[in-house]
Each structure stands twice: as structure tokens, then as C-alpha cells.
Write a protein that binds this ligand. Structure first.
Ligand code: PAF
Length: 297
């Protein structure tokens, strides 16, 4: 069966109101389309958590830094709908830009702190665009639950902070990054890679995992980061925007592994910017799980 598609806030409200009368709980999976297995894993998690699942498809102009990037973003609504149908998603909400941002729209949601640095430093305004549209999607759907991928780890923090600060009553779940068999994190941007770039691209993940392993064993943070940065550049990546160790819970920059942490990276291969992150494994010491103690920076 096809997944029903609605394009207006009014249609969305009517559908959700009917579900609420039936006593159903509602989850939302926000996407910009070009759905891949990573998105589908979020939909599956949402279907486990709620009676009804809305997938949103909106290529949000406010979160793109360049008009060329926005124009090049894949738009594959028919294929996306076909991928959702067999999973049993209940609704595809695909508004156009005027429905989302009607004439005179003048509000921006800015989340300070967690949106600064990392992608925020290289994509000015990006997280304002994300926070604004996700706040609208939360309010438009009135969902109880929302599901986001951990691949966009900073985005997950921004969205959580925004919902908390604005008292939007929604529970947000971060789901693990889905990877190709060779380790490359799934991304809608992967289709832009040339054959040669696609062959080289998975080295980013393998370098990240190896660095995380060494950090978990107590290696020096600054040394591992500088070695990993050099390895990424040697692996056909043109530029490393950032490679940083950040606290898992707060996203604070860390010079030493003194709490649960993640290593996050953004790097360019050819014309394509890829991001990835891995959690630093915890070491098992005397039968107790602990984060490896105090590697000095
Ligand atoms: O992660 C994405 O695809 C987008 O940033 C999101 C959350 C759908 C907002 O446009």
C-alpha cells in the first residue's frame, strides 16, 4: 500500500487529530528526503516506539549555506515514498517552501552553545535553519517522539537543547549511524562521490575508529588527533575542517579523555563534504566499565 502524502499544515493537523481521537501515540522522523538505509532505520525505530509514524520530507532552504548546494540536493520524492510504504510508515508530510515559510515569515530559532564550533563554525546559519524548521515540524506534527541519526551528532544536541528550552513536550531519540559494509557512514551526499572518491571515502571511518581505540587505551589526545588528521589527508581527502574530541553529554571540547566522549570529523573529498563521528569505547577495568582515564592533551 502507498504511504499517504499530505502537503499542508491543515491536512497534517486533521490527520493527527483523528489519530489522537483513536488514542494513538505519534512519532516523527524529520528528513530532507533522498532516503537511505540510515533514514529507514529511524523509521523502524519510530514504528517500534509509537502507534503512528510521520516521516517529513522538506529540503529546508534555511539550513543551506550556498544556493548551489541547495540546488544540487537530491530530490527523489517518488522513490522515497516507495521505500516508506513497505515499512508501514503512516504518513509522508511533504510541504513546499511557501507552506513552511509563508510570506512574511520572520522567526528564527537560534540555539547558542552546542551549535557553536564543529559544523557551526564552518556553516554559518546552518543550525539556525535546522532549529527553526525542526521546531516547526515538532509543533506542526505535535508528535510525542522524534528520531534522529547520531551521524549528525551536533544536530542531535541542537535539537534536544531547542526542544528543552522551548518546552516542546517531545522525547528525542538518537539512533546509531548506519554504515556501508566498508564502514562509510550513509549520507545522502555519498551519491555525489566519483568512483575513485567512493573507493577512498571509507578511510575516514577507519581512521576515526582506530583513533578512538587508541584514545580509549589512554593515548595522548593531541597526538592522536594530529596523527589522525595527517592520515585523513594522506587518504585522498583534500581538507579536514575539524577533528575534535567532545564530551558525549554536553559537546564541550575535551583536551583529555576524562568523561564519555566522541571524536567528530568533517572533511572534504573532492567536491563533497562528509561528516562522521564515533563514540570512544569504554575500557573494562576490573569488571567495571570505565572511560579510559586521563590522557593528557
Ligand atoms: O538531518 C536532516 O536531514 C535535516 O537537518 C533535518 C533534521 C530534517 C532538518 O531539515
Amino acid at each position: 500500500m502507498n504511504v499517504p502524502i499530505v502537503r499542508t499544515v491543515a491536512q497534517l493537523h486533521a490527520t493527527v487529530a483523528q489519530w489522537r481521537r483513536e488514542g494513538a501515540s505519534v512519532a516523527v522522523v524529520p528528513t530532507m528526503g533522498a532516503l537511505h538505509e540510515g533514514h529507514l532505520s529511524l523509521v523502524r525505530a519510530a514504528l517500534e516506539g509509537a502507534d503512528r509514524v510521520i516521516v517529513t520530507l522538506f529540503v529546508n532552504p534555511k539550513q543551506f549555506n550556498s544556493a548551489a548546494d541547495l540546488a544540487a540536493y537530491p530530490r527523489t520524492e517518488e522513490e522515497d515514498a516507495a521505500k516508506l510504504a513497505p515499512l508501514g510508515a503512516h504518513l509522508l508530510y511533504a510541504p513546499n517552501a511557501t507552506e513552511m515559510y509563508p510570506n512574511g515569515f520572520a522567526t528564527t530559532v537560534t540555539v547558542s552553545g552546542v551549535s557553536e564550533g564543529l559544523c557551526g563554525a564552518f556553516r554559518p546559519g546552518h543550525f539556525d535553519g535546522v532549529a527553526t524548521v525542526v521546531a516547526k515540524l515538532f509543533l506542526q506534527t505535535g508528535a510525542d517522539l522524534a528520531f534522529f541519526g547520531e551521524k549528525d551528532f551536533q544536530q542531535l544536541h541542537v535539537v534536544r537543547r531547542m526542544a528543552r528550552d522551548l518546552d516542546i513536550p517531545i522525547s528525542i531519540t538518537g539512533c546509531p549511524t548506519v554504515r556501508e559494509a566498508d564502514g562509510l557512514a550513509l549520507s545522502s551526499r555519498n551519491v555525489r562521490l566519483t568512483r575513485a572518491e567512493r573507493r577512498a571515502a571509507p578511510k575516514l571511518a577507519s581512521i576515526l575508529f582506530e583513533a578512538a581505540r587508541q584514545l580509549s587505551e589512554g593515548a595522548s589526545v593531541s597526538q592522536i588527533i594530529s596523527e589522525a588528521r595527517a592520515a585523513i589527508l594522506a587518504a585522498d581527502y583534500a581538507q579536514v575542517e575539524y577533528l575534535e574530541l567532545r564530551a558525549e553529554e554536553t559537546l564541550e571540547p575535551l583536551q583529555a579523555l576524562d568523561r564519555p566522549a566522541r571524536l567528530l570529523v568533517a572533511a572534504w573529498i573532492g567536491e563533497t563534504r562528509l561528516i562522521d563521528n564515533v563514540k570512544i569505547p569504554q575500557q573494562r577495568t576490573k569488571g567495571v566499565l570505565q572511560t579510559a582515564a586521563m590522557a593528557t592533551g
